[in-house]
Design a protein around this ligand. Structure first.
Ligand code: HEM
Length: 408
């Protein structure tokens, strides 16, 4: 059976390295090699930093099927998992890299604050955060770095408020988060950064155990008290929520703004419409078009799986490259066109299956508020640097820009 399903089409010398490099001058498009692989077929082999050759799944339908398949595991410590760096004790950053029932047990403990209705109640607070930061920008000197002045503080302030983390410590946790998601950080650097963050969260949990407030970390201390959760598990969960809560949204705000500035017709539509439905649709389209978590969803097969005429064997690594999946012409006609009026809601920028983004309602709320406020309040906003001068995060597991100088 194997020889017909897996013909020897991939000569070892022809297996490309993953991640693949983006083309110069096309900062919003996935790498051309990835596009070529998608055109060849839904599955191919790629080579990772450690010489392993997991499957690369390039097309939307197969990615969705595999992400929803209980025969695939997200457990980073399983042999065959296509890790982006050496795995050690600190690699298992809470439930995002675990399987059910462990994953479900931990995720359940933090789902309530991210439910759509609870998140909707945050709208006035998030709007005020965005408006205050824009007031500061307008009152300050020009040009200004949009990342530092706006894109990073909005989600950082929001997640700090939700978790009960003092925003005054933002330099500390932002610096360490940056190291954790940097592709070229050494394992020692990444472990040390995770260790510092876990230590910080552990201390905060200690304070909240004696003096609880009305926040998520205090909620977790209740579970520590009842024995449902260990303090180490709670600290690691805090690290995951803190990193996931600000890094991703911050990059979407800055890169989304740059993409709109580079597509002035789309920006004008969004700015001048005043229609909430168009704002919501623009958020979905920008999530699809930019797909900032560009390192692929990583999994390992628990059993043999036949898909698209190929045989994935138990123990084979899988990389579901959602960035190219979101540009699959079978799923989204004319996929390389940014069109904020299209229905992009089926995108996979938040993943799919049991690990689908826990914070997606919050991310949507923040992005809708930001995109509907920033360009309305600063209608003449423009980039203060040429595109080729802007430093892109090619070296990060979350894509975006390090800086975006803007003026008006
Ligand atoms: C635009 C912003 C965001 C994007 C693009 C994004 C993307 C993703 C993706 C692709 C996954 C799936 C990972 C996988 O399957 O391997 C994920 C999971 C997750 N995200 Fe987000 N995310 C965003 C914002 C947030 C926010 C604001 C939070 C809030 C804390 C958050 C918390 C999480 C958590 C906890 C998980 C793990 C879920 C699980 O394993 O069950 N994310 N996110």
């Amino acid at each position: 059976m194997t020889s017909t399903l897996n013909p020897a089409s991939e000569h070892p010398a022809e297996i490309p390295e993953y991640p693949m490099a983006r083309a110069a001058g096309c900062p919003f498009d996935p790498p051309p090699t990835l596009r070529a692989k998608q055109q060849e077929g839904p599955l191919a082999k790629v080579r990772l930093w450690d010489g392993s050759t997991p499957w690369l799944v390039t097309r939307y339908a197969e990615q969705r099927a595999l992400l929803a398949d209980p025969r695939v595991s997200a457990d980073v410590t399983r042999p065959g998992y296509p890790s982006s760096a050496p795995v050690n004790d600190s690699s298992k950053v809470s439930f995002i890299l675990m399987d059910d029932p462990e994953h479900a047990r931990l995720r359940r403990m933090v789902t309530a604050p991210f439910a759509i209705r609870r998140v909707a109640a945050l709208r006035p607070a998030v709007q005020k955060i965005a408006d205050d930061l824009i007031d500061d920008m307008l009152a300050g000197p020009k040009p200004v770095d949009l990342v530092e002045a706006f894109a990073l503080p909005v989600p950082s302030l929001v997640i700090c408020e939700l978790l009960g983390v003092p925003y005054a410590d933002h330099d500390f946790f932002q610096d360490n988060s940056k190291t954790v998601i940097k592709r070229d950080a050494t394992p020692e650097q990444r472990s040390a950064a995770l260790g510092r963050l876990a230590g910080y969260l552990n201390d905060l949990l200690g304070e909240k155990l004696t003096n609880p407030g009305d926040d998520m970390l205090s909620g977790l201390t209740e579970r520590i008290r009842t024995g449902e959760l260990s303090r180490q598990e709670a600290a690691r969960m805090g690290v995951l929520l803190l990193i996931a809560g600000h890094e991703t949204t911050a990059n979407m705000i800055a890169l989304g703004t740059l993409a709109l500035l580079e597509h002035p017709d789309q920006l004008a539509l969004l700015r001048d419409s005043g229609d909430e439905r168009l704002v919501a649709s623009a958020v979905e389209e920008l999530l699809r078009y930019l797909h900032i978590t560009h390192n692929g969803r990583r999994r390992v097969a628990l059993e043999d799986i036949e898909i698209a005429g190929r045989l994935i064997r138990a123990g084979d690594g899988l990389i579901l490259a959602n960035d190219i999946g979101n540009r699959d012409p079978e799923a989204f006609p004319d996929p390389d066109r940014l069109d904020i009026q299209r229905d992009a809601r089926r995108h996979m920028a938040f993943g799919f299956g049991v690990h689908q983004c826990l914070g997606q309602s919050l991310a949507r709320l923040e992005l809708q508020i930001v995109y509907s406020t920033l360009y309305r309040r600063i209608p003449t906003l423009r980039s203060a640097a040429d595109l080729d001068q802007i430093p892109f995060k090619h070296d990060g597991s979350v894509y975006g820009v390090y800086e975006l100088p803007v003026t008006w």
